[in-house]
Design a protein around this ligand. Structure first.
Ligand SMILES: [Zn+2]
Ligand SMILES: [Zn+2]
Length: 342
């Protein structure tokens, strides 16, 4: 089968290669990939700025259909539509974090799409516990972006614990920022979204998705806009989804005293920020990385209830052969979410 392979360490070294179809083991399930999302992590793997183990097939945001089950697998049927928790592909199972269900921190962990073969290909094989069944009303396209959505679910509902009646700032209108916005709007939380130069398409989407205010900081002062929108009070919570120093500062300055700040994006470098804001306003700072299996269960209940749809986050679908175009669209912020298909 054709697959998008990181074939050697170093910057680049990524291309379509012919690889053997994966063989379904006795305790495994073979899934035919319908769609797989392109994500910033894929760009980092391409540039070798995210740990990877070549040769490896990229792609970790997938949905598809079960086409084969191993002889020791029960409770999974051929034809079932599923999304896959790829991050648990390899874990030790015995460290403190595995035992707590916090597999993300397992030192032995390897996820699909960088640590083991991922889903920019026709087939993947996974364990049954990695599968999540998609409700009938949900499309395979939108189910394919469950992985980043799970990160938004953890950030909003578990780490920040945003409550109805609060005002939120989402700084950075990329896919995860817009997913946080959708959750906040579903919760009835008044949400301000901030973006920068080049974010016009994404800020327009934020307005469509129910943002109370979408601010382009290239032409509007965020502090002024937040003060005006909150009667001078500041926001209760800020989710930093841009990974940019100006956005970090904007969030800290927008928060009211005793407000909560959550770091959702990766900055990728050390930055300067006004740490005294944390002292004078007695802010709470948290990070939110990925999710747990419990987050995925919660997400599937959200899907089942039909209160959240993700299809309007997908703006482009391309065959894997056109991966260069897909990666460029992602890097240039010219699209919302980009999917590829075999
Ligand atoms: Zn991703
Ligand atoms: Zn472990």
């Amino acid at each position: 089968m054709k697959a998008l392979v990181k074939f050697a360490p170093g910057d680049g070294n990524l291309d379509i290669r012919d690889v053997d179809e994966p063989v379904c083991g006795d305790r495994q399930v073979k899934v035919e990939v319908a769609f797989c999302g392109v994500c910033g992590t894929d760009l980092h793997v391409m540039h070798d700025t995210f740990r990877n183990y070549p040769p490896v097939i990229l792609g970790h945001e997938l949905a598809g259909t079960v086409v084969e089950t191993g002889c020791d697998v029960a409770g999974v049927a051929i034809g079932e539509r599923v999304t896959v928790l790829g991050a648990t592909a390899v874990t030790c199972g015995v460290c403190r974090y595995c035992r707590e269900g916090r597999f993300i921190f397992c030192p032995a962990r390897r996820g699909m799409g960088h640590g083991v073969n991922g889903a920019f290909a026709r087939y993947v094989v996974v364990r049954p516990d990695q599968l999540y069944r998609i409700p009938d009303h949900f499309t395979l396209e939108e189910a394919a972006i469950s992985e980043p959505f799970a990160a938004a679910v953890q950030a909003v509902t578990e780490v920040t614990q945003v409550r109805i009646g609060e005002t939120a700032l989402v700084s950075g209108p990329g896919p995860i920022g817009l997913m946080c916005l959708k959750l906040l709007v579903a919760e009835g939380v008044r949400t301000i979204v901030a973006g920068a130069a080049g974010d016009d398409l994404r800020l327009a989407a934020a307005r469509d998705f129910g943002a109370a205010l979408a601010v382009n900081t290239a032409d509007t002062d965020l502090g002024d806009a937040v003060r005006e929108a909150t009667g001078g009070a500041g926001v209760d919570v800020a989710l930093e989804c841009a990974g940019h120093p100006a956005s970090v500062r904007g969030c800290l300055e927008a928060l009211r005293p005793l407000g909560r700040y959550t770091q959702v994006a990766i900055c990728g470098r050390e930055i300067n920020f006004p740490i005294d804001q944390i002292f004078y306003k007695q802010l709470t700072l948290c990070g939110s990385i990925c999710y747990t299996a419990r987050t995925w269960d919660h997400m599937m209940r959200l899907y089942a209830q039909g209160r959240i749809r993700l299809h309007d986050l997908i703006s482009v679908k391309l065959p894997i052969a056109e991966w260069r175009t897909a990666f460029d669209l992602c890097a240039d912020r010219k699209a919302l979410k980009v999917l590829m298909h075999p």
